[in-house]
Design a protein around this ligand. Structure first.
Ligand code: TRP
Length: 454
């Protein structure tokens, strides 16, 4: 089969330089605001430990099979999502690739705004300390001109890295930034254990209230958190795998990436919950709006004096670092599709698409209600739709996905492949369809609230 013959006529595809370069770039995509900000706040919303338990189940049953599905499609075709799905599934399926590009557009547009808040906290608190009135401070910086500047700055950084290319830009950034982030997060977790009163935080985070396990809202949000955190449902993993040169063991890599992503989210919870509970701020997180952590944590760091300042700056630096490597992957899906479909140079594709996304993001930077709306539509509903269609594609349309999963597979996970194929065929479509159903109603409620509430 002709490799990369889909379209575009672009020169030879650039590839990752090493296995670890790919793995770290994929981990970089997965680990981001989703792990350190979204995970803690949906976990708080979902009753703490019960959510964590459901989340682990979702990662194993839905996340890893879906990740493997994306990886095999990308590696097999060496094309970005639109071309890959066209090559394996015909013209009709290429529309799914277009949906992926659209979702990448939408998610990055508001992700960058939140990343902008994060960078601002990192830089400003390093210089002048954390604000004494975190609630007021947050409402000042979260929306309007103040948010727009940092959003544009963050987008410029993202564009700069994607523009440079896969090896010198994306891979290098991940190799440098990811270990930094791991060190910071683990260090912070050890520090949090020394706080007086951290016990209540651990108790909340680690002792499940079993009643929440059957709550459909919590189940839905655990599934959606898995898609978001693992960067699934919009072709990000597919795109990265399209830059894989050799027949690597994709099973092992899917497990490694998913485990690393979970480990960071879990460890971040080991920082967030003790800090919040040690300072008696749990109520402010219980309300769980988008901004809760951006108010509670700075408040906590401020209350801790000098140590809080150091720790707080590190925390926000880690968040910003995670956000950059994730944003890179979102922009890369869009960029690589434009390169493949229209034959643009990487530079032009990254800059033009990045600017369009930055402009779209002005809406989310202008109002946190718009941000919440776009997050619900793209980050929750459309990701679930994308995940559903992707599982149907790999389970039912793609020829012999199992053979592709076995290509390069080492002995450790090869035995599991037939079961993974069964999961993708029979478990994922119905379960994710239920998630889509709930997300549809949740989205409708948010849309109504948005227009009803003014
Ligand atoms: N996974 C990232 C996070 O946890 C966000 C992200 C990057 C993403 N690429 C994605 C989410 C693709 C969904 C799809 O912050």
């Amino acid at each position: 089969m002709a490799m990369g013959s889909g379209s575009g006529g672009t020169p030879a595809r650039e590839l990752f330089g090493s296995k670890w370069g790919f793995v770290l770039a994929a981990v970089g995509s997965a680990v981001g605001l989703g792990n350190m900000w979204r995970f803690s706040y949906v976990a708080a919303e979902g009753g703490g430990a019960a959510f964590v338990l459901l989340y682990i189940i979702m990662v194993i049953l839905l996340g890893i099979p879906l990740m493997l599905s994306e990886l095999v499609v990308g590696r097999k075709t060496h094309l970005s999502p639109i071309g890959a799905l066209r090559e394996l599934g015909g013209r009709g399926w290429s529309y799914l690739g277009m949906l992926f590009v659209l979702v990448g557009f939408l998610i990055l547009s508001y992700y960058s705004v939140i990343a902008g808040w994060t960078m601002r906290f990192a830089v400003e608190s390093a210089m002048t300390g954390f604000p004494g009135d975190p609630g007021d401070h947050f409402s000042e910086i979260a929306a309007g001109p103040a948010a727009i500047g940092w959003h544009l700055f963050f987008m410029a950084l993202t564009i700069g890295i994607v523009m440079i290319g896969v090896q010198k830009g994306i891979e290098r950034a991940a190799m440098l930034l990811m270990p930094t982030l791991f060190l910071i997060v683990v260090g912070l977790a050890f520090w949090a254990a020394t706080l007086d009163g951290s016990g209540a935080g651990y108790a909340y985070y680690l002792t499940p209230q079993l009643s929440e396990l059957m709550n459909p809202d919590v189940i839905r949000s655990a599934a959606s958190q898995a898609f978001f955190s693992l960067s699934l449902g919009m072709g990000a993993m597919l795109t990265f795998a399209s830059y894989l040169a050799k027949d690597e063991d994709l099973n092992e890599q899917a497990v490694t990436i998913s485990f690393a992503d979970f480990a960071v989210a879990f460890t971040a919870g080991l920082v967030v919950f003790p800090v919040i509970f040690a300072l008696g701020l749990q109520d402010s997180v219980g309300e769980s709006t988008v901004g809760a952590l951006f108010i509670a944590l700075p408040g906590a760091f401020e209350a801790m004096g000098g140590a809080g300042r150091v720790v707080g700056v590190l925390f926000f630096v880690a968040l910003a670092v995670g956000a950059i490597t994730s944003a890179i992957s979102l922009l890369e899906v869009v960029t690589s599709s434009i390169i493949d479909e229209f034959g643009l140079s990487r530079r032009r594709a990254a800059v033009s698409m990045g600017i369009l996304i930055a402009l779209l993001g002005l809406a989310s930077a202008w109002s946190t209600d718009i941000l919440g709306l776009v997050d619900q539509i793209a980050g929750e509903l459309l990701l679930a739709v994308g995940a559903l269609l992707m599982s149907i594609f790999v389970g039912w349309k793609m020829k012999d996905p199992g053979a592709e999963m076995l290509r390069g597979a080492g002995p450790r996970f090869a035995g599991a492949v037939p079961y993974v194929v069964l999961l993708v065929k029979w478990l994922l479509p119905p379960v994710i369809a239920v998630v889509v159903w709930f997300q549809f109603w949740a989205t409708l409620a948010v849309v109504r609230g948005f227009f009803g509430g003014g």
